[in-house]
Design a protein around this ligand. Structure first.
Ligand code: 3NM
Length: 218
């Protein structure tokens, strides 16, 4: 995808367990507030499965399509293929990266969560389009997340010459997004900061302002 770096600026991730009002409403508001990419991540307590999961994914994808927001599926490769989603995001515990790449083809976005230099080098080699790096700050959203590691790995990757697009994840809000961008990330990915906000629109907008304000080249 041509403008992946731009699309990663304000990357909203969500599934029904993350929402305090209807997911379609939350997504619509987040888009109005300026998110640039959406990931459907139906995980955690009360997560939908089967037909209900498919139906919600389809509805959210349609909202994204109406607004030209790329729609990415977390982990569920089968769902991504079925929906002809714009991409997939996988962790280290999921299917091997090169297999996922083979299955989705080269036109789709492939995001990979990495936690070490070794994982980063391997992920790049196997065909990742971008890295998700976290948790940058403590997060209550992902129960099996590792301890927060700050922006160290982002800085190290940049200082060692990795130019691949990177997003930080984990506990990011408009109050701390600046440090993630200053460390060298192209964007921030968030769940709670937008999905639990009283106004997802304002929360998305505040994040967007912080990202653009702190970009190196401005
Ligand atoms: N992955 P919030 S942290 C989905 O470190 C996810 O790889 C993480 O949610 C990682 O913005 C995380 O609510 C949760 O902290 C992010």
């Amino acid at each position: 995808m041509k403008n992946l770096q731009q699309a990663l600026k304000v990357y909203f991730i969500m599934g029904s367990p993350n929402c305090q009002k209807p997911p379609k409403e939350v997504l619509t508001e987040a888009i109005a507030g300026g998110i640039t990419l959406f990931q459907f991540r139906e995980k955690g307590e009360g997560a939908l499965t089967g037909t209900a999961k498919y139906k919600l994914a389809k509805e959210l994808q349609q909202i994204c399509q109406q607004h030209q927001i790329p729609f990415i599926v977390n982990d569920d490769l089968e769902l991504a293929v079925e929906l002809d989603a714009d991409g997939v995001h996988i962790g280290q515990e999921d299917e091997p990266i090169h297999i996922v790449r083979e299955k989705i083809g080269h036109e789709k976005i492939l995001g990979v969560s990495v936690h070490t230099m070794e994982e980063a080098a391997a992920a790049k080699q196997e065909g990742a389009d971008y890295f998700g790096i976290g948790p940058v700050f403590p997060t209550a959203t992902k129960k099996d997340a590792k301890g927060s590691q700050g922006t160290r790995l982002i800085e190290k990757l940049r200082s060692e010459g990795f130019t691949i697009p990177i997003v930080g994840i984990g506990g990011i809000t408009s109050n701390n997004a600046a440090s993630v961008i200053k460390a060298g990330a192209d964007g921030v990915s968030v769940i709670t900061a937008i999905s639990h906000a009283e106004s997802p629109l304002e929360a998305a907008n505040a994040l967007k302002m912080e990202v653009y304000r702190n970009e190196e080249n401005l």
